[in-house]
Design a protein around this ligand. Sequence first.
Ligand code: FES
Length: 166
Amino acid sequence: MVSGVHPSGDERFGLVDTALTRARYAPDQLIELLHVAQGIFGHLSPDVLHYLARELRLPPSTVFGVATFYSLFTFEPPGDHSCTVCTGTACFVEGADEIVAALQDAHGVVAGHTAPDRRFALSTARCLGSCGMAPVIVVDGAVSGYATVESTLQAVQAVLAEEVAG
Ligand code: FES
């Protein structure tokens, strides 16, 4: 697991921080950072947009304005449960594409889409900034490195089963 630094305890913000550091907190990197954040969270919530605005020292209206201008950004959770697989270079080399293929087969959903019953959404992301732990996945917000086909299928099955049990 990657340890996050956000007061909310949501470790995904640790990945956002890594991306911010890599971008040197440059406001002109906003669109790239929105892509990364959407890859990490599956969508752009107001919380995430406010966080980026604060860290980049931009007015929230600017960040919201840019995000809503581009149709490739989405603001609603894509499904009840989600898995994002990093397909950046390091993760690709370590077999991320096999993980994506296995998830597509197992859940009948194409990467970038949500299953018809909206229970599960599969997405891919550019480098999540933890290449040393490639391949990296995010299942319902929990970030894991050194993922395998088996560990990913199990992690997704576990979150889907929790819902049934709960
Ligand atoms: S390429 Fe996947 S974390 Fe960098």
